[in-house]
Ligand binder design. Structure first.
Ligand code: FAD
Length: 420
């Protein structure tokens, strides 16, 4: 039997599961339109990078695992031009190129303000910095949908195991190292009560992302390879998310949705005035209008005005050390994504971890990395790189779609079980 979710999604906030369902019924159609616009459908990613953790890394050779890259001509022209101009490695270079930078502004602030256009790297303390490789591809997300690929077994479990074995979730274990033996047995999940609030938040974010990936697999399953038939697989859904024993996974999905939604609401001023420029005026106007519509939705204020309260974290005397521990763990997780052995899964894994890193940056990091403990960075100085904006919005759409899938597949499963 499936389970009905009730009560509050998180102890801190007044949002119930029913509130989220009501809200998502309005948010999801908007997001679905938004991620189809040119700005949000092209994602820059290095899917062919090497795995830094295991020497015997191999890639899935099934057709469903492969990613179709964009032709050069399909990449938005202003983005191509930016690539051709090359990247700046120094503040002076960026300043010269941009011209408009006021020389009286201190260099750090100036770089933050202009890094959107010419700065290389994520400038995101929650992401592993790219290691000097310029080998990136542009991918059209719409023709590479997140769905069943067949990537499973020991290889996939090794990735999930490495993620859940991060020291912040499993105190006794070390982060994975090249010498650690591979194992398909997953470390037992931590008891959430034993984790401090900050670690609980991180665990729920990762587990929620995992649940979202599972929902996409069950809802977009290859039912008949010969006929190329895709659809809902209720048996798969029952095994991944559909029974009361797995309820915590779904609860974590709702939690992760609210966390990312909070980040999007907080970044609303920046998103509303963002320069959506792909050289396709109609598409860009649609992206700008839909984004404004999304962040100004009256339901956001009425249904769930405070989806997550980031101000309650990092309060203890060990707040700074804890933040650093969790930051290092999350950076490790972004590196583990380089080891995912299926291109399509790696693409979406990288997009979603960048999305989570962006939400963390919006909620927790001042744009500098001074080690201060800001809980509300001044949004006037927060700068999000184009790929961060794309990842953040697509991540919210993934979680939002997963909540819809969960509702649909639960109802179908219930109907099926009632008929049996
Ligand atoms: P898995 O999903 O592999 O889970 C392994 C174990 O983790 C479970 O046995 C359980 O103990 C625990 N677990 C499961 N869910 C949760 C949760 N929500 N919270 C906490 N613990 C949990 N496959 C595709 O077909 N398409 C994709 O797009 C895709 N993307 C992927 C992206 C990444 C980053 C990774 C690592 C894998 C991806 N996979 C994808 C593989 C997919 O996630 C599963 O690993 C695979 O389908 C095998 O599923 P499983 O039933 O063995 O359980």
């Amino acid at each position: 039997r499936t389970c009905k979710l009730s009560g509050h999604v998180d102890e801190c906030c007044n949002c119930t599961y029913q509130d989220v369902d009501r809200l998502n019924a309005v948010v999801h159609p908007l997001l679905r339109q938004l991620v189809r616009t040119a700005f949000f459908r092209y994602f820059k990613v290095n899917i062919y990078c090497d795995c830094p953790l295991w020497p015997d890394d191999s890639m899935c050779s099934m057709r469903a695992c492969s990613v179709c890259e964009c032709e050069q001509s399909e990449v938005p022209q202003p983005w191509r031009q930016q690539e051709e101009e090359g990247w700046c490695d120094t503040y002076q270079c960026v300043a010269e190129r941009e011209g408009q930078v006021n020389s009286t502004v201190d260099p750090d602030t100036a770089v933050r303000l202009i890094n959107l256009k010419g700065w290389r790297g994520f400038n995101n303390p929650w992401m592993a910095e790219p290691e000097g490789s310029d080998d990136y591809q542009y991918v059209n997300l719409l023709i590479n949908p997140e769905r069943y690929t067949g990537y499973a077994g020991e290889h996939a479990h090794r990735i999930w195991n490495a993620i859940y074995s991060q020291s912040c979730f499993q105190q006794q274990q070390q982060p994975p190292s090249p010498s650690s033996p591979s194992s398909s047995a997953l470390a037992p999940p931590p008891s959430l009560e034993q984790l401090c609030p900050e670690k609980r938040v991180f665990y729920r974010l990762i587990s929620g992302m995992h649940a979202s990936i599972s929902a996409h697999i069950s809802a977009n399953y290859l039912l008949d390879e010969e006929r190329g038939l895709w659809g809902h697989n209720l048996t798969d859904f029952r095994a991944r998310l559909g029974t009361p024993a797995l309820r915590h996974r779904v609860e974590n999905l709702y939690f992760a949705y609210l966390f990312v939604l909070r980040a999007v609401m907080k970044a609303a001023p920046l998103l509303a005035r963002y320069e959506y420029d792909t050289g396709m005026p109609e598409e860009d106007a649609a992206a700008a209008a839909l984004t404004r519509q999304l962040v100004e939705l009256p339901e956001l204020r009425s249904s769930c005005p405070m989806p997550f309260d980031e101000g309650r974290l990092w309060k203890g005397s060990d707040g700074l050390a804890l933040r650093e521990e969790l930051r290092a763990a999350f950076v490790n997780i972004t590196r583990i994504m380089d080891c995912v052995g299926c291109e399509k899964c790696k693409l979406w894994g990288k997009l979603q971890t960048l999305g989570v890193a962006t939400a963390l940056k919006v909620l927790f990091s001042s744009s500098d990395c001074s080690g201060a403990l800001p809980t509300s960075p001044a949004l006037s100085t927060l700068v999000l790189e184009r790929n961060e904006v794309i990842a953040l919005v697509n991540l919210l759409e993934r979680f939002s779609a997963s909540i819809e899938y969960y509702r649909q597949l639960s109802a179908e499963l219930q109907a099926q079980e009632g008929a049996e």
